[in-house]
Structures are given as C-alpha cells and as structure tokens.
Design a protein. Structure first.
Length: 264
C-alpha cells in the first residue's frame, strides 16, 4: 500500500472517531424532552409494512404469554408501535390498550386493526407520564420498550407504576437487551455536553446513544449481568419465568404474591 494511501486512511479513521466524540457531546446537550422526541421519531418507521404487522407473534412471545396471560385477559402493551402484537392478540379475543410515543406508528396500527375489524384502545404518550385507564391482567413492555426509559430510577418507578395497574394475580412482561452500551469515552463526552448546558438528564453506564441523521439521536439502555434483576427487586418484583439469551424476556410478579397466595 502506498504511503499516501496509508496516511489518508489514518486521517479518515481519526476524523471518524472525532465525529463520534462530537456526536456524543451534542447528544449530551439535549433536554430529556428533545431526546425522547428523537426516540419517538426513530421508532416511527419500524414495521410500517402491513405484511410485517400481520405476521403474528414470534415463538418466544407465544412461550412467554403462556406463562403470563390468561385467555381473553385485559392487556396493556407499552410500546405497541404499528400493532403487530395488537393485531395478533386482539384476534384471540384479548381486550387491549396500546401505548406508544409515535403518532405515525399509532396511525398505522389504527388503520391495520380497522382493516381486520379488531377493537383496541390506542393512546399516544410515554408510559412514565401517561395516565392509563383501568387495571389489567398483564402489562407488557414490548420489543425492548423498557430500555428506552432514561435512567435507572425512572425505570424502577416505571415498574412500580406497572405494578399498580395489575391485580393480585397480574403479571408484568419485560424484554431487554444485554450489553455494555456506548463506549465509556463516548459516555463521558455526553456527560460533559450535559454539564456544559445544564441538561436535565445525564447518561448512565449502559446507555447507548446514536445519531439517527438530521440532527436526531436514538437511545436505548443495555443491561449488564444482573442489572435488570436488581431494578425489578428495587421495584418490589420478582421473576417467575425467564427466557434467557441476548434479549431476555422476563415475567414478573409482586415479590409478596406467592407468600400471600399460600396464606389464603
């Protein structure tokens, strides 16, 4: 390889790394509201194709639902998106409330549900701050929606909120992604950006920030070993069924539920 070729490749590599650092600095300057707007925008185009929506549940979903949901139960789907799970579950007779922060995704879900004459209630908003009607047999955080909540304390509070929405025999279903998140140096750059402008949130270990283009950023928290279990325990919940893997799926119940049942 010619010397100029090696030099230009080296310069390009340095510039690419510098760009990632400056992107992280920029992401750290966003307010929580701006970051969540980016999250909603990032997921707006996910599974917009009707064939994808109508494909039904995956095998792991069938397995986890058998462990958590009674026939024709009342379900809250957090992060329902364009409605793949909604269509499949409504077709089985479940009464559903779907919640999602993306208006375009909900519009697609509403259209595809109507095409099959399937009823459901769709609500625009983030779970942490949205008032939800009634109580449910299960609250299901779909497609890693739990990891889109920024901050450990806010995630624990979200689980606590979910627990108030289910009955004594109710279940909470969560799927999350294992991993390390953004590189520690990029996380440090995002924290510097936040401090510079006094942003109302701070990146935490395991958080992953990425550019979505046009000045927007996506976010997802990646969980270290035992991290999710610690958050569930802090919320007063325990796991009753787990499908392990890179994206574990967990069924939770109130930590005292089994003891209460045995005392009846």
């Amino acid at each position: 390889m010619l010397l100029p070729t090696r030099v230009f490749l080296a310069i390009g590599s340095i510039c690419a790394r510098a760009a990632r650092v400056f992107e992280s600095l920029a992401a750290g300057t966003l307010s929580r509201q701006q970051l969540r707007a980016g999250i909603a925008q990032d997921w707006s185009a996910f599974r917009q194709d009707s064939e994808e929506v109508y494909r039904g549940l995956f095998e792991w979903e069938e397995q986890i639902l058998r462990q958590s949901v009674s026939d024709r139960g009342d379900l809250l789907l957090v992060g329902c998106g364009t409605g793949r799970e909604l269509v499949a579950l409504a077709g089985r007779g479940h009464r559903l409330v779907g919640l999602d922060p993306s208006a375009p995704a909900l519009e697609t879900a509403r259209r595809l549900l109507a095409a099959r004459h399937l009823p459901s209630t769709l609500i625009l908003g983030f779970f942490e701050e949205t008032e939800l009607p009634g109580r449910f047999d299960a609250v299901i955080f779909t497609h890693r929606a739990y990891g889109l909540i920024q901050g450990r304390q806010r995630r624990v509070e979200a689980l606590q909120k979910a627990a108030t929405l289910i009955g004594p025999a109710g279940r909470i279903v969560v799927r999350y992604l294992r991993g390390a998140g953004s590189h520690a140096f990029l996380q440090a750059a995002a924290r510097v950006g936040g401090r510079l402008v006094g942003s109302d949130w701070r990146i935490e270990p395991g958080d992953h920030l990425y550019s979505t283009g046009s000045g927007g950023f996506g976010f997802e928290h990646h969980f270290a070993a035992d991290e999710f279990e610690a958050e569930a325990s802090a919320a007063g919940l325990r796991a009753v069924h787990v499908i392990d893997g890179p994206c574990p799926a967990v069924v939770l119940e109130a930590a005292g539920a089994a003891k209460q049942a045995s005392c009846r």
